[in-house]
Design a protein around this ligand. Structure first.
Ligand code: F0G
Length: 433
């Protein structure tokens, strides 16, 4: 559909051509979003078309993002799409996690099944496609891990030059390895995510960089497809709740926008409620929603869940709007709660990285405070793959994990590896226990 870039601030209302390279409103500094300028969507035939595309061998149809291209702002530019067959992530029932959380039933949508291992691929395919559409060669992002791996892969697939900025020492090896392997120029800086993002934003014009952090509205557009696919997989029956971790709040913004568009165009009649979960030491949005005062960033965010170690989330105004529109809630959870929930998700045979596990920890808390009811229909989004933070996993299971303050995290669901002698009889005896 035809679209423009519109200022998210209601009182500003400025709009700009979709091909302008801007990340904030040039008039008021507000966030930007892609907004459709036409209203010609017919839900029923589109539902059928999208379902039929699942059996197609065409690249765009096979992508779990571009399959839904009618609701993406790339009209006439689909031939430029850069796809690694992202999306197509499963809905997984998890009885043990449901029981732990206090629910009758719980479904995970696992974005860790994406090509580079996280939901970032849903957004990056669109962000990099926009870079190609604009004729940009040099793309960059700041990242605590997943964004860098995703951007490096998609940029290299498109023949662009990726530059990755990372907080030195605060990125998982697996993710750093991906960025290097996919050929990104990788710059490590002694500063945290928020500080580096401010630095790179000021550098973007000077260094001819197209910025691919989630402030880029096309990333948000791609991440809408997580919701499109989720509802398509449920035959367009919305759950009562969609639970997700919150860091920079790009996903919260994308999910809310997707749901509003689906309601506006008649795909769904009911809005699920969004529940955003933050880590206790990195919870500026939670505090803001609790007090409803001024938005205060957390200067030194702390959590082992590095993906959500973000103290100054750029998308908070959008997230506020989406939480309000969906009658949503924001909760925070401790390091211990995240670690235990993560082990339980592992025991379901599913597994995820630490930030993703905040969802189950949050559900347990929201059940405890009767905000979510046990019989409600809940989908939690696992944002990243279990292999993201292997050190964390090993330390948890061997009782060595410590929170950022150096306090031990108890391994309530630990699974220690055991050293045994090279002796069948002795091993058989051990296995009897
Ligand atoms: N989960 C995972 C696995 C992530 O990688 C991120 C963000 C989030 C959740 C938070 O999502 O920002 O949309 O609220 N990771 C960024 C990165 C910071 O650099 O990869 P959000």
């Amino acid at each position: 559909m035809l679209a423009e870039l519109a200022c998210f601030e209601q009182k500003c209302g400025a709009s700009f051509p979709i091909t302008e390279t801007i990340y904030n409103c040039p008039q008021c500094g507000g966030l930007l979003e892609a907004r459709f300028t036409e209203d010609c969507v017919d839900a029923l035939p589109l539902k059928k078309l999208w379902r039929d595309r699942r059996t197609s061998n065409q690249v765009l149809d096979q992508s779990g993002v571009w399959r839904y291209r009618e609701l993406l702002p790339f009209d006439g530019h689909h031939h430029q799409a850069v796809s690694l067959r992202e999306g197509n992530t499963p809905l997984l029932d998890a009885a043990r996690a449901a029981e732990y959380g206090g629910l009758d039933r719980l479904t995970f949508k696992h974005q860790g099944f994406n090509p580079t291992g996280s939901f970032k691929d849903n957004g990056m395919t669109c962000g990099v496609t926009q870079a190609v559409r604009l004729g940009r060669q040099r793309v960059a992002c700041v990242s605590t891990g997943n964004t860098s791996a995703s951007m490096a892969a998609y940029a290299s697939a498109a023949g662009l030059d990726p530059i990755v900025f990372i907080p030195r020492g605060n990125i998982s090896y697996g993710k750093l390895a991906q960025a290097l392997e996919y050929g990104a120029r990788t710059l490590q800086i002694d500063a945290n995510f928020d500080q580096i993002l401010a630095l790179v934003r000021s550098l973007a014009d000077v260094a001819g960089i197209y910025l691919l952090n989630s402030i880029n509205p096309f990333r948000i557009e791609g991440q809408k497809s997580i919701i499109f696919e989720l509802l398509d997989q449920r035959d367009w029956n919305p759950p009562d709740w969609i639970v997700l971790p919150g860091g920079n709040l790009g996903n919260t913004s994308a999910f809310g926008k997707a749901l509003r568009e689906l309601r506006r165009f008649g795909f769904i009649a009911k809005m699920p409620r969004l529940a955003v979960i933050q880590a206790e030491g990195s919870a500026p949005f939670y505090e803001f929603m609790r007090t409803r005062g001024e938005f205060r960033s957390v200067p030194e965010p702390r959590t082992l869940a590095t993906a959500i170690r973000i103290g100054d989330p750029v998308s908070w105004p959008k997230a506020l709007y989406e939480i309000t529109e969906s009658n949503g809630v924001v909760e925070k959870v401790s390091e211990q709660e995240i670690a235990d929930a993560k082990a339980i998700i592992g025991r379901c045979g599913i597994g995820c990285e630490p930030a993703s596990a905040a969802t189950l920890a949050g559900i347990r808390k929201l059940i405890g405070s009767s905000i979510i009811r046990a019989d409600e229909d809940v989908v939690a989004i696992l944002t990243g793959n279990v292999l993201k933070d292997p050190d964390y996993i090993y330390q948890y299971h061997t009782g060595q994990l410590k929170d950022p303050e150096g306090r031990p995290i108890e391994s309530h669901f630990g699974n220690q590896p055991v050293i045994v002698p090279n002796d069948a009889g002795a091993i058989a005896k051990i296995l009897e226990r």
